[in-house]
Design a protein around this ligand. Sequence first.
Ligand code: 2IT
Length: 447
Amino acid sequence: MNVEKIMQNLEQKHPGESEYLQAVREVLESVEEVYNQHPEFEKAKIIERIVEPDRIFTFRVTWVDDQGEVQTNLGYRVQFNSAIGPYKGGLRFHKAVTPSMLKFLGFEQTFKNALTTLPMGGGKGGSDFDPVGKSDAEIMRFCQAFMLELRHNIGPDQDIPAGDVGVGGREIGFLNGMYQKLSRQYHTGVLTGKGETWGGSILRPEATGYGALYFTEHLLHKAGKDIKGLTIALSGFGNVAWGAAKKAKELGAKVIAISGPDGVCHIPEGITDEMIDYMLDMRASNRNKVEDMATKFPGKAQFTAGKKAWSIPCDIALPCAFQNELSEDDAKELKANGCWCCCEVSNMGCQPGAIHFFQKNGVLFAPGKAVNAGGVATSGLEMTQNAAHLNWSGKEVDDKLHWIMENIHEQCVKFGTQADGTIDYVKGANIAGFMKVATAMLEQGII
Ligand code: 2IT
């Protein structure tokens, strides 16, 4: 394999798809050496096949807003790779959604799902629908209209969507209700992230954030450190940031910053349980403003407009919001202020320049596809419960999540340990995920 040649070819075929091309380049650069030791991969053209989605569905979603006006959005489902199981991955509702964004997410999801140890292929979907400022009734009507189309392409052994940015328990409820009504299929296994009373895993809402903190603990232990007493700056205040803040506090760390598109809230004394609960109200309000935290807790949380969480001095940075949210300049500012560890919780949250800076300057770094895999892993556990018509306790799910995150960490160490003894978690995660999917493709022939 020649990475530059493959990238040139892809850039010509998919001009302007910057997020997708960025995600592919990162994986190819990581796996190049290992790939070239396997002539059977080259013969079966695994690379050329693995970088293209199996198929993409695009559809129009038309709905009526509260003013009675007709609105039209675009909906998508990218079925990326099914070599190790049915397509699995979230739905993103955000005004910036494009096919490039969903292709990058579906590509990442394929390797992430392989790391979870569970049999799930990779997929992703969503819409350019903007939930900001929408009423609950508008959200419901949009979800119902979206499912009118999506239902033709999903099923419990085919493609199982879940939440992502802009899609949480409320949206999954509306989507699932419409799916059942249209298909007259009353099984519980076509979406994950469901409510507790209708087939959901009791721990799915917390799982991404909890899993990220379990991974962070393993990474710290490997480096001879302990999380107790460390300060954490995290970005966002949605579902992932909420779960991460909850577990970080429980483990004895101090979350001293959260952020939003409008700016950052500095919480010098550390986030409290009341503040963590309030994050859920902030998400449900659809206002998308972190300033609301400072308004609700004056004196405890100080809001600064236009600043990122990375401007607050901390030990550990946890990007929990959106792709490319942490730039090289942010990485430099973090390091200059004493930060020595960054675990990426959002998908591709760090720009390539930031990752290189961290790795060159001794800042421990782990990539999203390893750190945030606890979310989709718990979706996989939800599918198992649904298929067996069972309900597991929170403790059972948490124990399994613990084991899965430990296993992912071990895979990173196995494939990422360098000659000098340091661990390249980016390489480790990419090689481990890639080898599993590539082997499955090879063994199933040229299809
Ligand atoms: O990025 C992700 O792993 C998710 N949004 C969760 C996907 C899932 O199927 O639970």
